[in-house]
Design a protein. Structure first.
Length: 350
């Protein structure tokens, strides 16, 4: 029973990736992700925008249950926990950070894993320069996030969220010219058509596309009558999985079954990774679950995928896109005349 998955030019030992976030902003966090057995860890993103760095000092997060009640951040969240908040970018000097994560990627290689460099777009030429510096330092994979949810709320110049296919293609082409290592493009979940953006990134030369970022939200607090945390913020929860899976399936249809897709936004355990893979992902970036539950979530997810395959047979590769390809249109479902009557309580039926 093999857990390994091919992803463009590389192979991951398993499909569980620790997604970029504030828990992988230090060597200690990244090493913890590797030690937990992740196939890869995406290091906290950088760009050269002072505004984005400053935004980190104003970052704040709250853990909420599905009834909008605050939960303690005790690394033992209930299954319905959601992370709501605002974040910023790494404040460390870029060259120092790139050198540090390149060294960690060399450590990762000995474990058969990867540490992936990540850039969040602000200025395209600056991003191209950072990308080239990451490759020169020896990083083996680059991720470019052009869909960070905070794009519209952030101070101008801090973060860009691209929702137009033409821009996605042009940005991807520019970064493609800057590096030869595998280039993964992370897309917004807030566009009209995530599959069209995925196609634009593919056409621009991306080796893989990540579907899809979290959503902007406002959570009124009924006690203070103010927004929680005082601002809008990004949100995602276990419920995001179904939305992401649908766009993964749409992207698979548009880009073809051979093109590598990654999933993010909604995976909370190993069986969620299986769900994402059935919808078309070759690997899955988990962030909120690890931030809220600790790095043990990673080792447990890898175990759960192994247990699932032991129970149902086959390999991780066998899962990819199976549910997506079994999807049919509404028109081919059997007729169920009068089914709608079931929604009226019995005592109210005429
Ligand atoms: C606090 C926080 C910080 C994040 N920082 C980054 C980042 O620096 N770069 C990035 O590409 N994604 C970042 N993300 C997005 C996550 O990597 C991930 O794609 C997203 O949270 C959806 O996956 P999830 O449901 O597993 O959390 C961040 C998410 C959170 C919650």
């Amino acid at each position: 029973m093999s857990l390994s998955v091919r992803l463009g030019g590389i192979t991951l030992k398993n499909p569980v990736i620790v997604g970029a976030g504030d828990h992988v902003m230090t060597a200690g966090g990244i090493r913890a992700g590797l030690a937990a057995g992740a196939g890869a860890v995406v290091a906290k993103s950088i760009n050269e925008s002072e505004a984005a760095k400053r935004q980190l000092d104003g970052s704040d997060h709250v853990l909420l249950d599905s009834r909008w009640q605050k939960l303690p951040w005790d690394f033992a969240p209930p299954p319905d926990a959601m992370v709501f908040g605002r974040s910023g970018l790494h404040q460390m000097d870029s060259d120092a950070w790139i050198a540090e994560i390149a060294a960690l990627d060399r450590e990762a290689a000995k474990l058969g894993a990867y540490v992936i460099g990540s850039i969040i777009l602000a200025d395209l030429e600056v991003a191209a320069d950072l990308a080239a510096r990451m490759q020169a330092a020896g990083l083996r994979v680059l991720e470019l996030n052009i869909g960070a949810p905070h794009g519209d709320e952030a101070v101008p110049g801090a973060i860009v969220q691209e929702r137009a296919a033409g821009r996605v293609r042009a940005i991807t082409e520019r970064i493609r010219r800057a590096v030869t290592i595998p280039l993964w493009i992370k897309l917004t979940g807030q566009s009209e058509d995530a599959a069209a953006l995925a196609l634009a990134a593919k056409d621009g030369g991306a080796d893989a596309v990540i579907v899809m970022g979290r959503f902007m939200a406002l959570v009124p607090d009924i006690e203070t009558r103010k927004p929680m945390l005082g601002t809008a913020g990004a949100i995602g929860g276990p419920w995001s999985l179904a939305l992401t899976c649908r766009w993964l399936a749409q992207a698979r249809k548009k880009l073809g079954p051979g093109y590598p897709l990654l999933g993010t936004n909604g995976a909370r355990d190993g069986l969620d990774v299986v769900r994402f893979m059935l919808a078309g992902a070759r690997a899955v970036e988990m962030t909120s679950a690890v931030m809220a539950g600790g790095f043990g979530v990673v080792s447990q997810a890898v175990r759960e995928i192994g247990d699932y395959l032991a129970r149902t047979g086959g390999t991780a590769e066998d899962l990819i896109g199976v549910a997506a390809d079994a999807q049919v249109g509404y028109g081919v479902q059997p007729d169920r005349p009068g089914y709608w009557r079931d929604f009226v309580p019995v005592e109210s039926r005429e």
